[in-house]
Design a protein around this ligand. Structure first.
Ligand SMILES: Nc1ncnc2c1ncn2[C@@H]1O[C@H](COP(=O)(O)OP(=O)(O)O)[C@@H](O)[C@H]1O
Ligand SMILES: [Mg+2]
Length: 276
């Protein structure tokens, strides 16, 4: 279960990857590297394809064009067993971080171990308690999700995402719905877990300012395309010269990034029934 990404190159790489969903191209010609051991942020407004991008990285969705390489392996070349083995080494924190409501915090975190390994229960107990300790919830092991605050529930989901000691962790909007203090706690945990567990992390978020405090590498996604990439200094510098990047970092509603979901002209919708 130890991280075994090769030492050189990116942990995950997209090469000219496009993705179609519902007959529409939602991601277009993406080249993206996820550097090993770092935190990579993919930022962009809702509906720009961030969750879809995580689906590509995890092998859950297949690109319509281009390639996805994980540990240097082309996902398209893997059979079901190979893909399954690879995905077991990935941890995922889904949007809203849903816990099983009918299980205690302990059993939620133990779930992946019981499902995917044959470890004896004494060892499961040790691993789960260590992961709960890491997120500050060892004392809450016997509580049920309904007894947790939003921030605690997110931390429990985080413990579950890393309980298999994954090499790569994918976070989908880990801050959504949290108060500012809980956000700070989750951000610190993402950073600390990345360092102490030697993870590679990809965090997808529309919380630009928060991502700028925690991530090492940044990709800005708008309407299914990458519009900027770089480290923190480079992204900030690009804001000075690009109105797109500036609109992003400053969270302005008006700017070159389109506000409207693609649609036919308003006129056509308003008078749809009348044309003959
Ligand atoms: N299961 C699906 N089937 C068809 N289209 C989808 C599906 N899921 C998402 N989409 C479309 O893909 C685009 C990107 O969605 P998504 O990746 O969820 O964006 P984000 O996570 O940035 O909000 C949207 O236009 C959305 O409507
Ligand atoms: Mg999403």
């Amino acid at each position: 279960m130890s991280p075994t990404f090769p030492d050189d190159g990116a942990a995950v790489r997209l090469l000219g990857a496009s993705l179609e969903r519902g007959g529409r191209e939602v991601l277009r010609d993406l080249d993206l590297d996820v550097p090993r051991g770092r935190i990579t942020a993919v930022m962009g407004p809702s509906g720009t394809g961030k969750t879809s991008l995580l689906g590509l990285l995890s092998g859950e969705l297949a690109p319509s064009r281009g390639r996805v390489l994980v540990e240097g392996q082309d996902l398209a070349a893997l059979d079901r067993g190979g893909l399954f083995a690879l995905r077991r080494r990935m941890g995922m924190l889904f949007q809203e971080g849903a816990l099983f409501t009918d299980m205690s915090v302990f059993d939620n975190v133990a779930f992946p171990l019981r499902e995917h390994t044959r470890l004896p229960e004494e060892l499961v107990r040790v691993i789960v308690l260590l992961k709960l300790e890491a997120v500050g919830l060892r004392g809450a092991a016997d509580l049920y999700p309904s007894e947790l605050s939003g921030g605690m529930a997110r931390r429990a989901a985080l413990a579950r995402a890393v309980v298999m000691d994954p090499a790569l962790v994918l976070y989908d909007e880990p801050l959504t719905g949290l108060d500012p203090i809980s956000m700070g706690v989750i951000l610190r945990l993402i950073r600390d877990l990345n360092r102490t567990l030697g993870l590679t992390s990809v965090v997808v978020s529309h919380d630009v300012q928060e991502m700028l405090t925690v991530a090492d590498c940044f990709y800005l996604l708008a309407d299914g395309r990458l519009i900027a990439q770089g480290d923190r200094a480079s992204i900030r510098a690009q804001a000075a010269s690009s109105p797109w990047v500036r609109q992003f970092l400053e969270g302005e509603a008006d700017g070159p990034v389109p506000f409207h979901y693609p649609a036919r002209p308003l006129w056509d919708d308003l008078f749809a029934g009348e044309a003959a």
